[in-house]
Design a protein around this ligand. Structure first.
Ligand code: CO
Length: 439
């Protein structure tokens, strides 16, 4: 893939991945179309070396790896990780409420969403449903309405004169989207889902929709913007930007090495699930690849994990929210994230490695440290480092409006980050950089 093709490809890929489920299936399809073989956790594995494989858990997390025949206990794994989920509004189990000629949907807030930008926007619905087939069996499928179906209208300023200075948002009462106009008969949510299901899967013998994991999302996909196209805006840049970039870099690294990527769900709510970074997915894969405990420990200690999650670019209207010496700029290269309280897992060694990697690509590299008087966010890096004993560097593309329904980043940073990761996955063990890391 040419550098100039990368950003348009990335934006289209994010646009057709409205939820972690869609993202995971899309990345899995991309990998298998490039020679990766799907492995299932509930079945025996026949892993051939050299070879490339992908494992999916809960339809929303994924591990992909390539093995090249070198002994990973000597040469380590070039690893990278990111999260598949993004803050959003999740539909309640029994969501419909009829009032004042409108049918609204009850929602829960998933993750640390910035709520104000969800108002006055056309919203769509997507996720996963479980359903009963004609033989009484349980099945599940992804669902995507794919068109605007709901909206959360603002309260007019005439009815709240202090809206621009004092409006707060109640998560239970203020953000219910309107799904439809109320009619004469009571709407049934399962019937609405069944109708959409039949549109998407006319051949499937679905008797009833049983349950759902559905999110609202912005169906207006990502865009390139700025007078010269210098920026991108779009939903779920945190952290689909990193997921897609990693997957593409793994595919395009020339010369297969021992590499692994891990993309996990539920980071925005603390990673505590079987498929989250706090769960067993990575351990389970490493245990099957390296069943001998001593060998496995040697692999882990020689490996490096680049944990990628977007970083806070300095906002020109609010520059004082950053430390004056650490002001990441959009279009100035990836950011190394550092925190004394270990909310980021970066060390001088892992940061130094990443800095050298960026220098090779002649892309800039920047640093972020939170102001000492503000609380720092976190990511999958520290959790993975703590759980496995692996060395980690936390990095990310600088963005604005993190956790908004539309976020913003620099156009040039996307291919720059891709080239850095591609270089990483292609590092030979004899390369001074990787060789230096190992010794
Ligand atoms: Co994130």
């Amino acid at each position: 893939m040419q550098e100039s093709e990368f950003t348009p490809w990335l934006l289209a890929a994010i646009g057709r991945s409205p939820t972690p489920y869609h993202l995971t299936v899309n990345i899995c399809d991309l990998l298998t179309s490039h020679g990766f073989t799907r492995l299932r956790e509930a079945e025996p594995w026949d892993v051939k070396v050299p070879g490339s494989y992908v494992v999916v858990r809960n339809d929303s997390s994924l591990v992909a790896f390539t093995l090249d025949g070198e002994d990973p206990a000597r040469s380590g794994l070039r690893m990278a990780g990111a999260h598949t989920d993004s803050p959003a509004l999740k539909v309640q189990p029994d969501p419909l409420q009829v009032s004042h000629a409108c049918v609204r949907m009850g929602v829960e807030v998933y993750g640390g969403a910035l709520l104000a930008p969800w108002f006055d926007r056309d919203l769509s619905l997507a996720g996963r449903v479980s359903w009963e087939n004609s033989r009484g069996g349980l099945e599940s499928s992804l669902l995507d309405f794919g068109r605007p179906v709901a909206v959360i209208p603002s309260l007019a300023i005439h009815l709240d004169r202090e809206a621009n200075s004092k409006r707060s948002i109640n998560r239970q009462t203020d953000i219910l989207p309107i799904l439809m106009a109320a009619g004469t008969k009571e709407p049934v949510f399962a019937d609405i889902l069944l109708e959409q299901f039949r549109r998407q899967y006319p051949q499937n013998d679905c008797r009833a929709i049983l349950d759902h994991d559905l999110f609202l999302y912005d169906p207006a996909g990502p865009e390139q913007t700025g007078l010269e196209g210098e920026f991108i805006t779009g939903p779920r840049l945190d952290n689909q930007l990193s997921c897609w970039t990693m997957a593409r870099a793994l595919i395009e690294a020339d010369g297969r090495r021992n590499c692994l990527i891990i993309l996990t769900d539920h980071e925005e709510v603390g990673s505590g699930s079987p498929e989250g970074a706090g769960g067993t997915l990575l351990d389970a894969v490493l245990e099957r690849l390296f069943p001998d405990p001593e060998q496995r420990q040697r692999v882990i200690r020689r490996s490096l994990l680049i944990s990628a999650d977007n970083a806070h670019a300095v906002h020109p209207n609010f520059a004082d929210r950053h430390d004056r010496n650490h002001l990441p700029l959009m279009n100035h290269g990836p950011v190394i994230k550092i925190n004394a309280a270990r909310r980021y897992a970066t060390t001088a060694l892992t940061a130094g490695f990443f800095r050298l990697l960026c220098q090779r690509q002649e892309t800039g590299v920047q640093e972020f440290v939170m102001r000492a008087d503000l609380a720092c966010g976190s990511t999958i890096g520290p959790l993975t480092a703590t759980r496995t004993g692996m060395q980690v560097v936390d990095v990310g593309v600088p963005t604005l409006a993190m956790h908004s329904i539309r976020e913003m980043a620099g156009t040039r940073d996307c291919p720059a980050f891709f080239l850095v990761l591609r270089e990483y996955f292609a590092l030979a063990s004899t390369d001074p950089l990787w060789h230096g890391w190992l010794s």
